[in-house]
Structure formats: structure tokens, C-alpha cells
Ligand binder design. Structure first.
Ligand code: GSH
Length: 255
């Protein structure tokens, strides 16, 4: 049995949900709240980051390793190309988002969300009872130092760098695509999933697990509007429309 432990508003988690859905892999999902998640995830995997996947009794951490394991067990549709050059290119793009652009983009995203803790609570705890979201929102200001430290938010310069990373990511996508539908060759790959999931963090794609709860604060709407018409955002929206089977899926097939 495959079991995913997940956060909702996280591109890393979204990558894995997307791969599981595309492959129709039988699995269950357990949603954990950022903060209280740490003890449960650490007890199982020795680290605290999500997503984590229990696969044949073994815990796998890291979205790239999880997708690689799923691709091996459930080869259809393939997400990692067989051709060595295309494979190297797709995995390099995934790594660039996972390790470099993504963490920087996340700092800017938290920078946009932390001033409105009750809204941030709705993002983190979407789908949970309103009373729990309110309680969670009341705790966030006290936890904001921890959130900043855990995400490398060292001050305004780190937020500005995050904003630059968003621009870099969008420019990179358009350059890499060079007018094509996909980032690597002519096929849909893990590179498309990864880039689109990270764009979904800094855009609003209604009807997906990454949708920003409504109503969003005016400042966040302004922040999202800055890139909403960028060709790379429009591309990611199309990738979601064409390939995110079960787009409304968050809790997974078993619930
Ligand atoms: N390299 C990891 C990064 C995962 C990651 O950064 N997850 C964040 C959510 S976006 C997380 O769980 N943070 C809480 C923590 O690390 O305790 C992956 O690819 O899965």
C-alpha cells in the first residue's frame, strides 16, 4: 500500500499528488498541518519536510525521489524520459526548481502571506473546520519567527531575492520552452510538472489543490496580479488544464 503524507499549499507536495493521479497509482493520503506535522514526520522519516511516501513499507523523502520511484513502479505515463539526454535535461530542470528557484520563490510567497496570518491559516489549513483555521491563524504570529528561520527569510533582501527568483523562473520557462508546448522535447515530463507546480505557488489556478482561498486579501491579489499575464503563467495554466487529471483532487482517491 502506498501512503502519502502531505501539505496542501506546497509545490513539492503538488508534484507528487500530480504524479500519483496521472499514474492512477492506488494510494491513500494523510494531510498534516505545518507546525504540528514535524513530530509525526520526523518519527517516521528522521526529517520533517513533506511530501513523504510510504512505499512497500519504506519511507521515501523528497519529491524527486518519490516521483522517480513511482515512475519505475507505474511506468505509464512515463514522467522521466528514457532517452539519456532528455532524461538529464528533465531532471536538471526539476532539480533547479526544487533546490534553487523554489526555496527562493517560497520566501517571496511567505513574504506576501505572513502579514495576513488568518488568511495564511486558510491557505495552510484549507478544507479544515473554520474554528481550526481561526485558532491556527491566532498562533501564526507567534510562530512567524520560526517560519522565517525555517525558510531562510533573513530580512527584506531575502524577500527581494525571492521576487527576483520568480522573474528568473518565469523567464527560464519561456526560454526553455522556446515556443514549444513542453520544456523537454515534445513530451510531457516531470520538468513540466515541476515548473507548473512552482508557478502555481505564485499564481492562482482555481479548481486545483493550489488554489488560493477566496476572498484573498487585496495585497495578495495585487501581488498575484503582477505576473498573472506572464506567458509562463499562461503556459502553466494550460499545462494544468491539459495534464492535471483530477484537478480538484486533494485528499486522494481513498477518501
Ligand atoms: N527537497 C524537498 C523539499 C520539500 C519541502 O521543502 N517541503 C516543505 C513544504 S513546501 C516542508 O515540508 N517544510 C516543513 C519542514 O521542512 O518541516 C522535496 O523535494 O520534497
Amino acid at each position: 500500500m502506498i501512503e502519502l503524507w502531505q501539505f496542501r499549499a506546497s509545490p513539492y507536495n503538488e508534484k507528487v499528488r500530480w504524479a500519483l493521479d496521472l499514474k492512477g497509482a492506488p494510494h491513500s493520503r494523510r494531510s498534516v498541518l505545518q507546525g504540528p506535522h514535524a513530530a509525526a514526520i520526523k518519527a517516521r522519516t528522521g526529517q520533517t519536510a513533506t511530501p513523504v511516501l510510504r512505499f512497500d513499507g519504506v519511507w521515501i523523502t523528497g519529491s524527486a525521489a518519490i516521483i522517480a520511484a513511482l515512475d519505475e513502479r507505474f511506468p505509464t505515463p512515463p514522467l522521466i524520459p528514457a532517452d539519456p539526454a532528455a532524461r538529464a535535461e528533465a531532471l536538471a530542470i526539476e532539480r533547479r526548481f526544487d533546490a534553487e528557484l523554489g526555496p527562493r520563490m517560497r520566501r517571496a510567497t511567505f513574504g506576501a502571506l505572513l502579514p495576513t496570518p488568518f488568511y495564511l491559516a486558510r491557505v495552510f489549513a484549507a478544507g479544515r473546520p473554520a474554528a481550526m483555521q481561526t485558532l491556527y491563524g491566532a498562533v501564526i504570529p507567534a510562530a512567524s519567527g520560526l517560519i522565517r528561520a525555517a525558510n531562510g527569510m533573513t530580512g527584506p533582501a531575502s524577500i527581494a531575492d525571492g521576487e527576483r527568483a520568480i522573474e528568473e523562473a518565469l523567464t527560464f520557462i519561456e526560454g526553455q520552452r522556446a515556443g514549444r508546448r513542453h520544456l523537454v522535447g515534445e513530451a510531457f515530463t516531470v520538468a513540466d510538472i515541476t515548473a507548473a507546480a512552482f508557478v502555481a505557488m505564485v499564481a492562482d489556478f482555481p479548481g486545483t489543490p493550489m488554489e488560493k482561498p477566496k476572498p484573498a486579501p487585496a495585497a495578495l491579489r495585487g501581488w498575484l496580479a503582477r505576473h498573472a499575464d506572464h506567458p509562463a503563467v499562461l503556459w502553466a495554466r494550460e499545462i494544468y488544464a491539459a495534464h492535471r487529471v483530477r484537478p480538484d483532487d486533494f485528499d486522494g482517491p481513498s477518501r
